[in-house]
Ligand binder design. Structure first.
Ligand code: PA5
Length: 448
């Protein structure tokens, strides 16, 4: 079995091999801090050995609940935001048939997402879509008090109960939340919903391999055992006992920190396949929330090529030289589509006749890489042999492990997100939430 492969050769015109290799001892210290639990944020290290601690029995429990929801629902709404939705969404988007929702003979429920925005029109259109449909809800919130998610859930729960009755609604709602704390735990106990627990020591953005990700992914019809198996293998090949030069998580953490030091303040995660769009969103949250603090941190951005070459390509090629790219490339696509020959050749494309579309895509990728290197954009490369559950599991764990190391190299606590509270405080003050009376007064005075 192959593994995902990291190639950093195209970083070396910009930083030296020696400077990256010099990180080996610092990376070891960071790795030790993670594994011994002696670093900042050490109460949030549950993700570190999570893959190897997941049992068959536990996955079977998740699958049993997923199958029950699948049998009851033609649509399942996954309500959650940030770490409570991006992992599930990234896997479901990556593995679903792009046009599957147009097919008549649906084997799997349609998965839709809510609670990740406060758009009134979004909720209105979702309610209209769900009208008359057999639907269910997976409500995911670790704190159990996140406004976006709680608000959507209140609206959807009311609609569900009106459509199928309170008793059946109980069977169609599953909550994923804290074991004891928060409004969602209280509500679930009172209403008698089935629940899964998000472990205390796993933060939202590291929680995709808990029921936060596993339950929706299983409901969508994907193989969570393969996903976990991929992460388990990555836990080994990114392990503390794997030497620096063979450890992709260690090398990635080192090279991106060295690039950052050399003035590359923005990392762009690039894909050449639209199905990876939400992997980019998941990765942005993982690195953005983990490293962007104490006035430090690489700004994580993501693009979908070749689409975005026609919008962002100019900036990447010739804008301010503060960026580097990390490309996720899929070695073998699932399907084969060949370019047909055309007797008239009016579009001039016969030079591609007989070639696979993926060959064109790969040459676009190579051409872009070379052009961007010429344009002084360092280029890191992560190859996935195929796009499936197993390799996504590897990719998740690889990025998580590298993120933990990278955050420690940067000198921040990669496992907190104090900055996220600032907007909430203002919003609650503006909305007059009980307990925020002083803030309400202050913000009103400020806005006068
Ligand atoms: O990574 C994080 O901690 C956050 O992005 C959370 O996942 C997000 O804010 C949602 O929080 P909760 O699950 O408490 O509703």
């Amino acid at each position: 079995m192959e593994n995902i492969k990291l190639n950093i050769e195209n970083a070396f015109p910009f930083v030296s091999k020696d400077s990256v290799n010099a990180y080996a001892s610092k990376v070891k210290e960071c790795m030790d801090k993670l594994h011994k639990g002696t670093g900042l944020g050490n109460d949030f290290l549950g993700w570190l050995n999570l893959p190897s601690s997941i049992t068959e029995k536990f996955m079977d429990e998740v699958i049993a609940v997923a199958n029950d929801l699948r049998s009851r629902c033609e649509v399942v709404v996954v309500a959650g935001i940030g770490g409570s939705y991006l992992g599930a969404r990234s896997v479901i988007d990556a593995l679903s048939n792009y046009f599957g929702w147009l097919q008549q003979d649906k084997k799997n429920p349609v998965i839709v997402f809510a609670g990740n925005n406060i758009g009134e029109d979004y909720l209105a259109e979702l309610s209209a879509y769900l009208k008359g449909k057999e639907f269910g809800i997976i409500n995911i919130s670790k704190s159990g008090t996140t406004t976006e998610t709680a608000l959507a859930f209140r609206i959807l729960k009311t609609q569900l109960e009106n459509q199928c009755g309170k008793a059946e609604a109980k069977n169609r709602i599953v909550a994923v939340t804290d074991a004891a704390k928060g409004a969602l735990r209280k509500l679930s106990t009172q209403e008698g919903y089935r629940t899964f627990v998000i472990p205390d020591n796993v933060g939202g953005r590291f929680s995709v391999l808990t029921p936060v990700g596993l339950l929706p992914i299983a409901v969508a019809g994907f193989d969570i055992k393969k996903l976990v198996a991929g992460a388990q293998d990555a836990e080994k090949f990114c392990g503390a006992d794997v030497p620096f030069e063979k450890n992709p998580a260690a090398i990635y953490a080192a090279v991106r920190n060295e690039l950052y030091k050399s003035g590359k303040k923005i990392e762009i995660l690039v894909n050449y396949h639209p199905k990876l769009h939400y992997i980019g969103e998941w990765w942005k949250q993982l690195y953005g929330e983990s490293e962007g603090k104490d006035l430090k941190g690489i700004f994580p951005a993501a693009v979908d090529y070749s689409t975005d070459l026609h919008s962002m390509g100019q900036w990447v090629q010739e804008g301010e030289r503060t960026i580097f790219e990390t490309v996720i490339s899929i070695k073998s696509p699932k399907y084969k589509v060949e370019v047909p020959s055309d007797a008239e050749n009016l579009d001039g494309l016969n030079f591609l006749a007989g070639k696979r579309v993926d060959q064109v895509n790969k040459m676009a990728e190579l051409g872009v890489t070379l052009a961007h290197i010429d344009g002084k954009v360092p280029n890191l490369h992560v190859e996935m042999p195929e796009l499936n559950e197993y390799y996504i599991g590897q990719l998740f764990y690889f990025f998580e492990k590298a993120c933990g190391i990278s955050g420690y190299l940067l000198g921040v606590n990669p496992f907190n997100q104090p900055g996220v509270e600032a907007y909430k405080k203002n919003m609650f003050a503006l909305l007059g939430k009980p307990g925020y009376e002083k803030e309400t007064e202050a913000i009103k005075a400020r806005l006068k």
